[in-house]
Design a binder for this molecule. Sequence first.
Ligand code: ADP
Length: 401
Amino acid sequence: MDTILVVNAGSSSVKFQIFSVEGEGQVRRQIKGQMDGIGSRPRLRAIGADGDPLADRAYPIEAIPDVPAAMSIAGEWLRNEIRINPMAVGHRVVHGGSDYDRPVLIDHGVVARLERFIALAPLHQPHNLAPIRSLLTNYPTLPQVACFDTAFHRTHDAVADYYAIPHQLHAEGIRRYGFHGLSYEYVAKTLPQIAPEIAKGRVIVAHLGSGASMCALKKGHSAESTMGFTALDGLAMGTRPGQIDPGVVLYLISEKGMSASNVQSFLYRDCGLKGLSGISNDMRELEASEDPKAKLAIEYFVYRIGLNAGMLAAALQGLDAFVFTAGIGENSVRIRARIADQLAWLGVTLDPAENSRHARLISRSDSRIPVYVVPTDEEQMIARHTLSLLLNRPSFNPGHK
Ligand code: ADP
């Protein structure tokens, strides 16, 4: 069986999936696994396509001190116990800078370019690159592909990606990039099968997970995003504040004596739903809570989505559909209903029964703006990109690995 390994490496976990290569560039998920607790309580877990457990084992902390060690143990498990030798590896890489507008086959030169973006995404980029480097060293002939969260947004009009700061800083890379691009690309590629006419029009997609953003799609391409230079901007998220006056950051530094790294950690880890509620970053816990602060956090989350929808509708000069995706968007009946209320002025009327049963189309038939729920699949997008780059390589010879 020809297979592709998809890797999503973070600071304390490596998530991986195995896809089999089917005919005509299609892929099918076979295994989903992760090594988490790296550097604390390492644990390998994996399930098969049918959800059956394939592995659940703990390791001593010193056996798996970092991401490359986790990759190596997970790789040994795949090769020696599951007998899988992937023909290629697709990696989720958060930052592709302003140049990469599509996935790229990795070599040492590409790694060197991607290292330049570590400063732009310090909490993610180094961890994304660590397994790439170790695989390049240990398996130099194994094709690896980098798939970027920023690439899908490179279709923005140039003006959309500026900040009103001196031009030289834009040239250095201080500009808007946008994130969650693999999720938006998957939704944009799925929409034509669900609503072909609408897919050609103006659509707002709300990716509401622990990270959250919205994207304005025009004819299936990204025209605007609520995220900018980093994944801190835009909507309130699990632990990130979303849009915040830069004056707040200045205040934290000058009046509260916080260092740059204190501020960074505060903005990425202590704000958003968690900061505002003082209870949790998990929407399920907030929905279950009677605490007024939990209610406020939800109200703020929903209100800001409404405000940002107005902004994206302006960027699109109108709206033909609204799409929910990711953890909260795919699962929370109540949050979807509250957001739909915020969008009523745009012409959204939800169908409560269809919303409750998580239908694909959850608006009423007379709603001027149809509302869809489209489950995202970033890993499948990475597997498809990886296969397509392999198939288009002049030297590619299936069956010879
Ligand atoms: P990520 O991939 O960014 O970690 P997900 O897309 O998995 O995030 O989304 C995680 C978020 O989805 C969490 O805030 C979680 O509370 C929320 N979520 C998942 N299921 C539900 C549900 N049934 N109701 C409300 N929120 C949910």
